[in-house]
Design a protein around this ligand. Structure first.
Ligand code: PMP
Length: 401
């Protein structure tokens, strides 16, 4: 008899469980469009050339040791990460009003930020978009925040429900925290326009709502790092406070290295330094200090002009391939005469297309075509290639006719 006999089996994670099911399928035509990980035209995971080069430099440097990093992580990495998201000319950085701590990729950065807010911020309610990345409610809920949603996506237009968003944020209690996807909203691929962002900013500032940005796709959406940071910079520029969680999983392809950063933009340098002292108290009992390898890769690339340049080129190539997959899938459906308006495939932004397929159609496509995706009909465009587009188009066509 085990002392754990009463433990019931938990369900698989709704996103990572798709890969578990995919791995069990022996079919040669199977296609995994579940998890958001970039694949090459050949369907292989990609390690960026610039990452290989940086790693080689790190290996060749015999002075490097494996000592613990400080609780807040690698200092160069933190400074350069803040600059990357807020902009090199950010007044908040120049005025030392930003504290940045290295965390375990985007998820860890969100969690550390949420734990800090639960302990030190007067409002414990966080509004997250409906829908959002499936891990958001769990991360914030377990950190001790109370999770509510604001309207975001309109299934009828397959676009932004801007009116609903403004109404819901407008009736949120003063001071509430609001989770915003910096760009390439997951799972919908629908982002506000710059003009809409400005309206959101004005409304949020007028009600003292606290912005918490999740930036998991900087550079991956448009192919340009600055363009994809515009929303965050708009909020940081007005002198108000905000939090930003950054991930290098997608834009540097460092998924398994778990490299990310949490920045908190504060009113004054003094506040920022006190906030940082408390972030250390959050981190120390969770994992003591972050891992050194991935952050060293990022810092090596960000601080060297030519490596940085090479990175932007490779990043743009990934973004462009995804954008071309959108066009190819759209064209393939049109040439099949698939009923319905599929223009959202080319309008949506970032790694995912929110197809509008329902869970029954998803089950059908998995069963009959061995195509794996989350049950909300989200497909990872990064998992597609010219070779696999026709198979997916056949499956969608069959599912809707
Ligand atoms: N936020 C969003 C919106 C995401 O899509 C992801 C990755 N799927 C993350 C955060 C975090 O990813 P990671 O912890 O791997 O950086």
């Amino acid at each position: 008899n085990s002392v754990f006999d009463h433990v019931v089996r938990a369900p698989e994670d709704p996103i990572l469980g798709v890969t578990v099911a995919y791995n069990k399928d022996p079919s040669p035509v199977k296609l995994n469009l579940g998890v958001g990980a970039y694949r090459t035209e050949e369907g292989k995971p990609l390690v960026l050339n610039v990452v290989r080069r940086a790693e080689q430099m790190l290996v060749n440097d015999r002075s490097r040791v494996k000592e613990y990093l400080p609780i807040v992580g690698l200092s160069d990495f933190n400074k350069l990460s803040a600059k990357l998201i807020l902009g090199a000319d950010s007044p908040a950085i120049q005025e030392n009003r930003v504290t940045t701590v290295q965390c375990l990729s985007g998820t860890g950065s969100l969690r550390v930020g949420a734990e800090f807010l639960a302990r030190h911020y007067h409002q414990h309610t966080i509004y997250i978009p409906q829908p959002t990345w499936g891990n958001h409610p769990k991360v914030f809920g377990l950190a001790g925040l109370s999770v509510k949603t604001y309207r975001y996506y309109d299934p009828a237009t397959r676009g932004l429900n801007f009116q609903g968003l403004l109404e819901d944020l407008g009736s949120a209690p003063s001071g509430a925290i609001v989770l915003l996807h910096a760009c390439a909203h997951n799972p919908t691929g629908v982002d506000p326009t710059p003009h809409q962002w400005e309206q959101i900013r004005q409304l949020m500032r007028s009600k003292a709502l606290l912005p918490f940005f999740d930036s998991a796709y900087q550079g991956f959406a448009s192919g340009n790092l600055d363009t994809d940071a515009q929303s965050v910079r708009m909020f940081a520029k007005d002198g108000g406070e905000c939090l930003v969680a950054q991930s290098y999983a997608k834009n540097m392809g460092l998924y398994g290295e778990r490299v990310g950063a949490l920045s908190i933009v504060c009113r004054t340098a003094d506040v920022a330094s006190r906030v940082e002292s408390q972030l250390k108290l959050v981190i120390r009992p969770m994992y003591s200090n972050p891992p050194i390898h991935g952050a060293s890769i990022v810092a090596t690339i960000l601080k060297d002009r030519s490596l940085f340049q090479e990175w932007t080129i490779e990043l743009k190539a990934m973004a462009d391939r995804i954008i071309s997959m959108r066009q190819q899938l759209f064209d393939a459906l049109r040439s099949r005469g698939t009923p319905g308006d599929w223009s959202h495939i080319i309008k949506q932004i970032g790694m995912f297309t929110f197809t509008g397929l329902n869970s029954k159609q998803v089950v059908f496509m998995t069963k009959e075509y061995h195509i794996y995706m989350t049950s909300d009909g989200r497909i990872s465009m990064a998992g597609l290639s010219s070779r696999t587009v026709p198979h997916l188009a056949d499956a969608i066509h069959a599912a809707v006719t």
